[in-house]
Design a protein around this ligand. Structure first.
Ligand code: GCW
Length: 668
């Protein structure tokens, strides 16, 4: 038994009637590392799924006549297809896979295996796929001591005791990523400290080169998070001012060293001036000064600087109701639009705060029109259940992508902007803070792997629906009868709504246990320095972000600003994000706000119970181990849901003194 599962690449036998699979590769070089991986994978996959004998030949034509029970797969080059895209055709026993490059061929191979697993590789098939986003990245928050910041599935499989690990698990990880179309991986935490600062020194070059080679076999570029204060910490300099010629010279020498040792490295991700990390502000410089300096230094090597926009004042005084953390990203970055160099990408979290279960879309997305933008989401579920509570996040990501920013007449959605369709740029895409660790099942909760799978598939093809993605993942992971597949798909699809209902209401966010961010603590952050308040009193709750409050709503283009600015027009799911609302305020369905809070919390908890019950129906239909792991997570989720329900209800009952109309149990 392996120490880890194969996730959706389990390749158990699901297909009858194929006895022989012949694979030939035309035009591509058989020495190419990606083609080698492709051939390994199709051999392994087809063998597993069909039980067939596999023959792989690097020649132009199949030999002999194809007999019944034979599948002939030809992989060939077609320069007319876009980079990293592919075409799949099936006619009779012949399957043709065409791609312009090796990566496209590899993605197409995984698609063939996916369809085989689902019985969809049928006669007459024609499938055309081109990637929507140029960059499709995973961000690891793994530390070199083996811990993972906001990691909920064990320790890092990249590092142990300040050493880099490269082993079979690295290769399996790369396979999983390639199978969902990921082409970039940042391997270390954005908070670069201690040993991680030395990743750009010869202490780690050899091991990192080994890792980057494994990734390259699967068409994946490795990236590193960078410590902006490296000139001080590694170079012994007094400053890291981005405009200081000696600092620039230090970076030039450093990058020469780094890219000589690690030629395939894609570039650097930088968290600067954020939550105690160093940055250009210390020297009175702008974010653009910092990003552009590094971008110019890496340009001769054709590398990227991905610069995070998660910059805000984290030493706020809760008494100050004018400062608004939600405003910060836009305030710091908007005026510099157009000043960033071509190989800089600004990486923007989906919401203006921090990966809450419900937030408006960041107004920076589309607020910037002359700057490369990349969307950052988090599948690690820091605030959305920590891979204990089920929370399938693809519906949330779809909402973000579909959001109309009104930045121009058409092609103005977030999807248009980050894919480059809106402004014709190529340095852009999507990144996810990943949810993996060295747990046997990789993601703590087996069902949390749906987010891992889903993110990659969505980043490649944004037209897929949340349900289609869920179905693909369930089918490949569990290979169940349709009715049982439906049970899991339904759970996934409903899980976000359920989680939202028993936690913080109507976009207010937070109310979590400080530091750990799991479980309720309504006032946990209310008097803290982090800028995350609900402002509840005896009359109502919510943050006034209208033009009469912090003015945040006005950061949007007028169509959205006018909607968010008025309580009556504001989408209800975001009501408390934008307004301080009386408990007696009537929602559209006639219920008062306080009644809505009670109702949603009772409903969320009871639907979580139903979800846990429906899992019981799958006993004996999936592996016992997997069944038990998920069952255990549901037990913990139910405990959590009850705590949330009761603490939130009691809190607002005590504040408002208004009883539940339905007379349910609210503790006093
Ligand atoms: O959500 C917050 C987390 C921090 C994290 C930070 C960030 C890596 O609580 O742990 O630090 O966001 O995104 O930089």
């Amino acid at each position: 038994m392996s120490e880890w599962t194969q996730l959706w690449l389990d390749y158990r036998k699901v297909c009858d009637g194929i006895e022989k699979v012949n694979v030939i590769v035309r035009d591509f070089s058989k020495e190419n590392r990606v083609i080698k991986s492709l051939l390994d994978e199709i051999t392994r996959g087809m063998k597993g799924l069909t039980g067939a004998e596999i023959s792989v030949a690097i020649k132009d034509e199949f030999e002999g006549k194809s007999e019944d029970g034979t599948l002939n797969v030809a992989i060939q080059k077609n320069d007319e297809i876009l980079a990293e895209g592919y075409r799949i055709f099936r006619k009779g026993s012949e399957v043709l896979l065409e791609a312009a490059d090796e990566k496209g061929a590899l993605y197409g191979t995984y698609h063939i295996l996916r369809m085989t697993a689902r019985g969809e590789l049928i006669d007459g098939l024609e499938k055309k796929c081109d990637p929507d986003n140029p960059l499709r990245m995973m961000n690891h928050w793994d530390n070199m001591d083996g811990s993972i910041e906001r990691g909920y599935s064990g320790r890092s499989f990249f590092y142990k005791n300040n050493e880099v690990i490269v082993d079979d698990r690295t290769r399996d990880y790369a396979r999983f990523m390639a199978s969902i179309g990921i082409n970039g991986v940042v391997i270390n935490n954005v908070n670069v400290k201690e040993a991680a600062s030395y990743m750009i020194t010869d202490r780690y070059f050899d091991k990192l080169k080994e890792m980057s080679d494994v990734f390259a076999d699967y068409g994946i570029k490795m990236y590193l998070s960078l410590n902006f204060a490296s000139p001080i910490e590694l170079g012994g300099m007094k400053v890291c001012d981005p405009l200081d010629p000696e600092v620039i010279k230090w970076w030039e020498d450093k990058c020469k060293e780094v890219f000589t040792a690690l030629p395939d490295l894609g570039g650097f991700l930088v968290k600067a001036d954020s939550e105690g990390r160093p940055g250009p502000f210390t020297y009175g410089r702008t974010q653009a000064d910092g990003a552009n300096m590094l971008a110019d230094v890496v340009k001769p090597y054709d590398k990227l600087i991905i610069w995070r926009c998660f910059v805000y004042n984290c030493t706020q005084d809760w008494r100050d109701t004018k400062t608004d953390r939600a405003r910060a990203g836009y305030d710091y970055f908007k005026d510099l639009d157009g000043k960033y160099h071509e190989n800089v990408i600004l990486q923007i979290k989906n919401g203006p705060m921090d990966f809450q279960i419900r937030e408006p879309v960041s107004p920076l997305l589309g607020g910037l029109t002359k700057t490369n933008q990349m969307l950052e989401v988090q599948i690690a579920q820091e605030y959305t259940g920590q891979q204990i509570d089920l929370c399938y996040l693809i519906p949330l990501f779809k909402e973000v992508l579909d959001f109309k920013t009104y930045c121009q007449k058409d092609k103005d959605t977030v999807a248009d902007i980050i894919s480059g369709r809106a402004f014709g740029n190529k340095n852009c895409g999507m990144a996810a803070v990943i949810n993996t660790g060295n747990d046997k099942n990789w993601t703590g909760n087996d069902l949390a792997a749906a987010n891992l799978y889903g993110f990659g598939r969505l980043a490649y093809d944004m037209s897929l629906s949340a349900e289609e993605i869920a179905r693909e993942w369930v089918a490949q992971t569990f290979a169940l009868e349709k009715a049982d597949e439906d049970i899991i798909v339904k759970m996934l699809i409903e899980s976000r709504d359920i989680y939202e209902k028993y936690t913080c209401p109507l976009g207010i966010g937070w109310m979590v246990t400080p530091n750990t961010h799991y479980g309720p603590s309504v006032d946990g952050y209310e008097y803290s320095r982090w800028g995350t308040y609900h402002r509840a009193d005896h009359l109502g709750l919510g943050v006034d972000r209208s033009d009469k409050g912090t003015g945040y709503a006005m950061q949007y283009y007028p169509e959205n600003a006018s909607k968010y600015n008025e309580m009556e027009k504001c989408p209800e799911e975001l009501l408390l994000f934008f307004h301080h609302v009386p408990y007696s305020y009537k929602l559209k369905d006639g219920r008062t706000l306080i009644q809505y809070i009670y109702d949603s919390h009772f409903e969320g908890e009871s639907r979580a119970e139903e979800m846990a019950e429906s899992w019981e129906k799958l006993k004996g239909k999936i592996s016992d181990e997997s069944f038990k792991r998920v069952k255990n997570r549901f037990e913990r989720q139910l405990y959590n849901a009850k705590e949330w329900r009761d603490q939130v209800n009691t809190y607002f009952y005590r504040k408002s003194g208004i009883a539940d109309e339905k007379g349910r149990k609210i503790y006093e």
